[in-house]
Design a binder for this molecule. Structure first.
Ligand code: R5P
Length: 212
């Protein structure tokens, strides 16, 4: 059911792709369905800006040009999955460790279409452990700062991000104020990116092929 909803969502997002667009492309198993569907339109778009080495490889394999965000300017559309989505379209992302480039592309895009299956919908963010990308030497410092705020930090041992950094997953937070927490965590030295997409939430959420 869930895999089928991911496929439906990935294919439904195609309707937001305009002719001649440069499309921002996220990362993950749901986005993989979007990339497959995007390949059918590859002659109608200029190309894609990719949020990960994984998506870049997939896009290139299907013959979709991958462009550098520094040369494209702002994008009209970004399509990406999420690990959790609340009723205000605020998200937890980073389960696949791609959160930093995802947040950059989301910020550079006019419209963020988030594609999920129904299991990702929550009333309160935080059941899914919150991923945080950190500079490696700051891991312990950041862990202590998280503990002061009542979270339980767990190092995702063995995972190195596309940017050469590490991931801490924070368990035990019920995130009543996602914007406030995102701002607060962004002040801690050594944190590169917080996997809360609350200040820049999604604009459109597709749960399977249903828009909410
Ligand atoms: O770092 C990974 C991304 O934020 C993904 O968009 C997120 O983890 C959802 O992935 P999936 O579509 O595989 O559930």
């Amino acid at each position: 059911m869930s895999a089928n909803e991911k496929k439906l969502a990935g294919e439904a997002a195609i309707r937001f792709v305009e002719d001649n667009a440069i499309v921002g492309v996220g990362t993950g198993s749901t986005v993989a369905f979007f990339i497959d569907a995007l390949a059918d339109l590859k002659d109608r778009i200029q190309g894609a800006v990719s949020s990960s080495e994984q998506s870049t490889a997939h896009l290139k394999r299907l013959g979709i040009p991958v462009l550098d965000l520094n040369s494209t300017g702002a994008l009209s559309l970004y399509v990406d999955g999420a690990d959790e989505c609340d009723p205000h379209k605020r998200l937890i992302k980073g389960g696949g460790a791609a959160l930093t480039r995802e947040k950059i592309i989301a910020a550079a895009s006019d419209k963020f279409v988030c594609i999920i299956d129904s299991g990702k919908r929550v009333n309160l963010l935080g059941k899914f452990p919150l991923p945080i990308e950190v500079i490696p030497m700051a891991r312990s410092l950041v862990g202590r700062e998280i503990a002061k705020r009542g979270g339980s930090p767990v190092w995702r041992d063995g995972v190195v991000t596309d940017n050469g950094n590490w991931i801490i997953d924070v368990h035990g937070w019920q995130i009543a104020d996602p914007v406030g927490l995102e701002k607060d965590l962004n002040q801690i030295p050594g944190i590169v990116t917080v996997g809360l997409f609350a200040q820049r939430a999604a604009d459109v959420v597709l749960v399977g092929d249903k828009q909410i």
